[in-house]
Design a protein around this ligand. Structure first.
Ligand SMILES: [Zn+2]
Length: 160
């Protein structure tokens, strides 16, 4: 193991060399189809990932491959763009869904508050009705009593 074939990654603390790397194929325009060794922890989207890298092939093996590479890359780029557009549309759809769910939650809360307010109002109305009935009954009882006592008084007054 030569010194130049080792790569120490300070981000995750592992040693890399050709033996524990993966063989990948380049999809870039000027190196299209060339194979290379790179760290198994390598990621194109992560700058902190291990950068161990070494070409396996010395050059693109055939002229046909070199001619086809731009066509394949153009298609690859179109597909990547389509994926980006689809992801953006998906994000927008998620945002719309989240907004709709929030509106639904607010509406449900308002509905629950209105339901509670209606129950309180109905309860008050029942209590007022009962109070009115009780007052009415008391009034009638008082009226009857006052009428009877009034009759008694009148009778008593009529007696000699
Ligand atoms: Zn590595």
């Amino acid at each position: 193991m030569s010194e130049t074939s080792n790569y120490f990654s300070s981000s995750d603390g592992h040693f890399c060399d050709v033996e524990n790397c993966r063989i990948r194929t380049s999809l870039k325009l000027h190196t299209f189809g060339r194979r290379f060794y790179s760290c198994r922890y390598w990621s194109p989207d992560d700058d902190r990932a291990c950068k161990f890298f070494r070409w396996l092939d010395t050059s693109i093996c055939c002229t046909r491959g070199a001619a086809v590479a731009p066509i394949v890359i153009a298609k690859f780029n179109r597909l990547e763009h389509a994926v980006e557009v689809a992801n953006e549309e998906s994000k927008q759809a998620h945002a719309l869904t989240a907004a709709a769910l929030e509106r639904e939650r607010v509406a449900k809360r308002k509905f629950e508050r209105a339901k509670v307010a209606r129950m309180i109002s109905e309860d008050k109305a029942k209590k007022l009705t009962i109070a009115l009935v009780v007052l009415g009954v008391m009034f009638l009882v008082l009226l009857i009593l006052s009428t009877r006592f009034g009759e008694v008084k009148i009778r008593q007054m009529c007696l000699p």
